[in-house]
Write a protein that binds this ligand. Structure first.
Ligand code: FES
Length: 172
């Protein structure tokens, strides 16, 4: 009888240890996912303000480390941004990802419009819709000007958004 009790006790102790061993990585994954969701948006110093011509959007590639659920990749392009300097030296930044299905939006200087070659979505230079299948205008990004070592730099908060829907929903 005593022996049976002892074996029962050993089994429950071993089961508990086994459960803890299984739970630790699962909890680690859960907390890292939650932490990632709370992270602040990444900011990028993309260009000197003086290097942009007013009214002529320029595209800048965002270089960073890419991380998915299981893998960290080395630095590489993760997206791009269209930046316009306005006459009053304020700036406007748009994600170059088409809100229709995610192709890269181009700029047509002759017509002063943004154009997505995949399904012919056309946008005004202020990002609003001209024509095409896109459910919303171009996704504007937060941008500001920061003085770094005496020079004015354009700093953009880069984020990605859901495509194919009318609302602008961040997926960072
Ligand atoms: S992905 Fe741009 S128009 Fe379809």
């Amino acid at each position: 009888m005593r022996r049976r009790k002892f074996l029962k006790y050993c089994t429950s102790v071993l089961s508990s240890i086994y459960a803890i061993i299984l739970a630790v990585p699962a909890l680690g994954f859960l907390f890292s996912t939650l932490k990632r969701g709370q992270q602040e948006k990444e900011t990028y110093e993309l260009a000197k303000l003086n290097d942009l011509e007013p009214g002529v959007p320029q595209r800048f590639t965002i270089i960073d480390r890419r991380v998915d659920a299981w893998t960290k990749y080395p630095s590489g392009p993760i997206g791009s941004v269209w930046i316009s300097k306005n006459e009053d030296e304020s700036i406007t930044a748009f994600s170059s990802t088409c809100p229709h299905l995610g192709c890269v939006v181009d700029y047509v200087p002759g017509d002063k419009v943004f154009f997505c070659p995949c399904h012919a979505a056309t946008f005004e230079s202020n990002g609003s819709i001209v024509s095409g299948p896109q459910p919303r205008g171009m996704d504007e990004l937060n941008a500001s000007i920061k003085t770094i070592r005496g020079e004015k730099w354009i700093v953009v908060e880069y984020e990605k958004f859901e495509t194919g829907i009318a609302e602008k929903v961040s997926i960072n």
